[in-house]
Design a binder for this molecule. Structure first.
Ligand code: PXL
Length: 333
C-alpha cells in the first residue's frame, strides 16, 4: 500500500503549465506518487476551450477513493489533499464535501491535540502576538499547528489582479467553506474576494488573515501582495494561531520580477505540500525554501509566456538553496 496518499484536484491543459500540469510534475519529480484528478481539460491557460469534468464523473471517482481509503489504507497513513483550479460551483462543492467527509471520519477516529483548539479559535478574536521574538521555535513547527494525519491545502483559485477566471458563483462557496481548510493559499485578489475587503496596506492584510483564521483555517499563506508604495517587491505572509491562541504573522519581502504568467500559485502550492510532507519542521523555513525555488524558476523563465518547469526540474526537485534565502520577518502591530 502506498503510504503517501496525495490527491491533487486541479486543471489540466493540453499545452503549457498550470494546475495539475505543474503539480503532477513537481510532486512526481520530488519523489511522490500523487493521485491526480483533473477538473478540466482545456487547450491552455490562455484558451479555456475543451472539457469540464461533470459532477457525476467527479463524484464517482471521489466515491471510489473514499471506498479505497476505508478498505485499503490504514488510518496511520496520512492523507493529503491539494485543491486548485475547479471551474464550476457543483464541482467545488463536491470536492469540499468529499474532503470534509473523509476528514470527519479521520478526526472521529483519532483524537488529536489540535482538536482542543478548534472551538476556541472560532470564538476568539485574533490578537497579534507582540512577543514573537521571545517564543521558542517549537510553535512554528508545522506538526504543532496542523494534524498531519489529514492535511487539506486549499488554493482558492478564483482569479488574479482583479479578474475572475472561474464561474462567479464559486466565490460564495469558498467564502462559506474555504476556512475549513488546514492551509489556505490565496493570492491578493482571492483574499480580497474571500474577505470582501480591498487590500491597500499591511493592516488590511492582517485584518483579512485574522478573519479567516477566526473562521477556522489553521494557517493562511498570502502568496503575494503588491503595495503601491513599493514597486520593486512583493510580500508573502504566513499566519496561524499558536498554542495560546495568539495570532502569529510573518512576512517575506521578495524581489518582484516583470513576469505575469499564471501558474506561479500552482507551483507554490505543490512545492509547499512536498516540503511539508518530506521535510516538515518550521513552516517559516519551509516557505523560505519554497520561495527560493520559485525565485529561481521565475528568474529563469523571464521573457517567456510560460514557466520553464521542465528546464528547471533539478532546482524543483532539490532541497538545496540557490542564491540567497529570504528569511521571514515578524509582523508587529
Ligand atoms: O494558475 C491558475 C490556473 C489554473 N488552471 C487554469 C488556469 C489558471 C489561471 O489562469 O487558466 C486552467
Amino acid at each position: 500500500v502506498n503510504k503517501d496518499n496525495i490527491v491533487t484536484i486541479q486543471s489540466q491543459v493540453f499545452d503549457g503549465f498550470c494546475g495539475n500540469n505543474i503539480a503532477s510534475f513537481v510532486l512526481r519529480r520530488r519523489g511522490h506518487v500523487p493521485k491526480i484528478l483533473n477538473t478540466v481539460q482545456y487547450y491552455s491557460k490562455y484558451k479555456h476551450c475543451g472539457m469540464e469534468l461533470n459532477i457525476c464523473d467527479m463524484k464517482s471517482i471521489l466515491n471510489e477513493f473514499i471506498l479505497d481509503v476505508s478498505n485499503l489504507y490504514e488510518d496511520k497513513n496520512n492523507l493529503y489533499f491539494l485543491t486548485g483550479f475547479i471551474k464550476t460551483k457543483e464541482c467545488v462543492e463536491c470536492a469540499i464535501n468529499t474532503i470534509l467527509e473523509l476528514k470527519n471520519k479521520r478526526i472521529n477516529k483519532c483524537i488529536n491535540n489540535n482538536n482542543a483548539t478548534i472551538n476556541n479559535i472560532t470564538n476568539n478574536n485574533a490578537t497579534i502576538n507582540d512577543n514573537i521574538t521571545n517564543n521558542n521555535e517549537e510553535e512554528y513547527l508545522i506538526e504543532n499547528i496542523i494534524n498531519m494525519n489529514f492535511l487539506w491545502i486549499c488554493d482558492p483559485v478564483m482569479g488574479d489582479d482583479g479578474k475572475i477566471y472561474v464561474n462567479k458563483d464559486i466565490v460564495d462557496v469558498y467564502k462559506r467553506y474555504a476556512s475549513n481548510a488546514d492551509i489556505l493559499t490565496p493570492n491578493q485578489y482571492e483574499l480580497e474576494l474571500l474577505c470582501d475587503k480591498k487590500i491597500l496596506n499591511e493592516k488590511d492584510v492582517i485584518d483579512s488573515l485574522s478573519a479567516l483564521l477566526n473562521k477556522g483555517a489553521k494557517m493562511v499563506i498570502l502568496t503575494s501582495v503588491r503595495y503601491n508604495f513599493d514597486n520593486e517587491h512583493l510580500f508573502v505572509y504566513v499566519s496561524f494561531f499558536n498554542k495560546q491562541n495568539k495570532m502569529i504573522c510573518f512576512k517575506y519581502k521578495i524581489k518582484k520580477f516583470d513576469f505575469y504568467v499564471c501558474g506561479t500559485g500552482d507551483l507554490f502550492s505543490s512545492l509547499l505540500l512536498s516540503f511539508i510532507i518530506k521535510q516538515g519542521g518550521s513552516i517559516l523555513k519551509i516557505v523560505s525554501q519554497v520561495l527560493n525555488i520559485m525565485h529561481n524558476v521565475i528568474e529563469n523563465s523571464i521573457g517567456s509566456m510560460e514557466l520553464h518547469i521542465i528546464e528547471n526540474q533539478d532546482i524543483i526537485a532539490s532541497d538545496k538553496v540557490y542564491g540567497t534565502l529570504v528569511n521571514a520577518e515578524p509582523v508587529y502591530i
